[in-house]
Structure formats: structure tokens, C-alpha cells
Design a protein around this ligand. Structure first.
Ligand code: KIV
Length: 269
């Protein structure tokens, strides 16, 4: 069990580069202060992901997330996360051009304490990544299975299954690195292809459904702790039976209230 010390140093865009080849990066999503604070002493990076709108709003995909919501949740996360590097997930439709991307990313930097932003997309987003990084915005790229493209792609499709697709992913990764991205999420990519990308670029890769060869891993907290029950993708390992633990505890509370056993004197004035 890993409980890191309370005097860890702040993880920065610069220090995260040093993990490559020496220590695996642990990233988790968080959407509020409470959970960011629970996670903060053990993880290296926190992603305020637009997965928020699936886990907590109940939508079928992430496309409904907007800038206002993401800013609100990122402010909450930053209030609880002192040492992890906090990444703001730019919502669908907020970075369609380089001008729009910069305007919105500047707003994110002004209104939150996020250390970096994440954008989905391959070579088609290179000019945007370049424009953002030249203007002082730290960018995490996200390639492979890109949830913001799910409607256009016709579903959640694992990438890297053909030599052509492998070549495209490799090209994308190299171009995004060149454009200035300091880290890259690899989602839903065949293990060998993700490992190859990791070997061929000098920035850290963070996998989700991309196998052991990545420089780090990210999971959505409500998936890995068993709270999201609608479906479980193959790459999600459940580290806790969260929903059932809550049900049991709630059942105890309900019984005690119904039976007039709560509150006892201990909980009364
Ligand atoms: O929104 C999110 O949580 C993400 C992760 C799945 C990487 O983008």
C-alpha cells in the first residue's frame, strides 16, 4: 500500500519530464475538493476530466461538458490538490481554432490554478498545440481513442490494430511532441503500439487502456472505485466495491432512522 509522505514537492510541468524512464506517473481524475484532497498525497497528476459529464451528470458521452462547468470543478480540485500537477480537460468545442483555443485556455489560467490543459487530437491539432505552447500554456495531448470524437467515429474504437493506423498514431505523437506538448495521454491503443510510441517520443506518455508500456497510467476515479455501474470497460480495474459499500452504509442509516435508533444521545444536544 502506498501512502506517500506529506512533504512531497509540487509536481510541475518541468519535474514531470524527469519521471520518464525512472518512475511511473500516477494520474487520477477528480472533480471536487473532497476527492482531490483524498488523492493528493499519493498521485502525481490530477485530471479534471470531461468524463465528469458521464460519471456525475449521467450523459452517454463527454460532449456536453462546457467551459463554465469545467472551470467550476477545476477551482474545487485546485482547492484540494496542493502537490499534484492539475490538468484541465478542454471541453468539446472549446478549441476548434488556435485563436479560440488560446482565448479559452487563457481564461482557464486566469480563473483557476490549473497547471496545464489537455486537448484531444492528432496532427490536425498541431497548429493549436504550437500556438498554445508559444503563448505560455502547458499542453497535454490526447491521442488514440478520443472520447470527444466518439459520435463522428461511430463508437469507442480501439486504435493501432493495422500497420497504417500504427503509423498514423506514431506520426501524430511525434508531431505533437514537436509542437510543444509536454505529456501525452494514450487512450484505447494496442499495447505494443502504445509501447512503441512511448519509446519513440521523449515526453512522458500516460496510458488508459493502452497497456503497461506507457510512462504512467490514468483512470477515472468513479470507475476504479466501483461507483460507476452503467458499464465497465475492459481497461478498468475496480480497486474498491464503492457502490455496494455506500448501499450497505446507507441501509444501516435508513434502518436506524426508521426504527427510531438514530440519533441517540451521543448525536443530540
Ligand atoms: O475525461 C477524462 O477523464 C479523460 C481520461 C479518460 C483520460 O480524458
Amino acid at each position: 500500500m502506498s501512502i506517500h509522505s506529506e512533504n512531497r514537492k509540487k509536481v510541475t510541468v518541468k519535474s514531470i519530464a524527469k519521471y520518464k524512464g525512472s518512475e511511473k506517473i500516477v494520474m487520477i481524475t477528480a472533480y471536487d475538493r473532497l476527492f482531490a484532497n483524498l488523492f493528493e498525497s499519493q498521485v502525481d497528476m490530477i485530471l479534471v476530466g470531461d468524463s465528469l459529464n458521464m460519471s456525475f451528470l449521467g450523459r452517454n458521452d463527454t460532449l456536453s461538458a462546457n467551459l463554465e462547468q469545467m472551470i467550476y470543478h477545476t477551482k474545487a480540485v485546485c482547492n484540494g490538490a496542493n502537490t499534484p500537477l492539475v490538468v484541465f480537460d478542454m471541453p468539446y468545442g472549446s478549441y476548434n481554432s488556435k485563436e479560440e483555443a488560446l482565448k479559452n485556455a487563457v481564461r482557464v489560467y486566469k480563473e483557476t490554478d490549473a497547471d496545464a490543459i489537455k486537448i484531444e487530437g492528432g496532427s490536425d491539432r498541431v497548429d493549436i498545440v504550437e500556438h498554445l505552447t508559444k503563448n505560455g500554456i502547458a499542453v497535454v495531448s490526447h491521442i488514440g481513442l478520443m472520447p470527444q470524437f466518439v459520435r463522428g467515429d461511430g463508437g469507442y474504437i480501439v486504435r493501432g490494430k493495422t500497420p497504417e493506423d500504427e503509423a498514423e498514431l506514431l506520426k501524430d505523437a511525434k508531431m505533437l511532441e514537436q509542437a510543444g506538448a509536454f505529456a501525452m495521454v494514450l487512450e484505447g491503443i494496442k499495447t505494443d503500439v502504445a509501447a512503441k510510441i512511448t519509446d519513440e517520443i521523449s515526453i512522458p506518455t500516460i496510458g488508459i487502456g493502452a497497456g503497461l508500456g506507457c510512462d504512467g497510467q490514468v483512470l477515472v476515479w468513479s470507475d476504479m472505485f466501483g461507483f460507476f455501474e452503467e458499464f465497465t470497460p475492459k481497461f478498468v480495474k475496480k480497486y474498491l466495491d464503492g457502490a455496494n459499500l455506500i448501499r450497505e452504509a446507507l441501509g444501516e442509516y435508513v434502518d436506524e432512522v426508521k426504527e427510531g435508533k438514530f440519533p441517540t444521545d451521543r448525536y443530540s444536544y
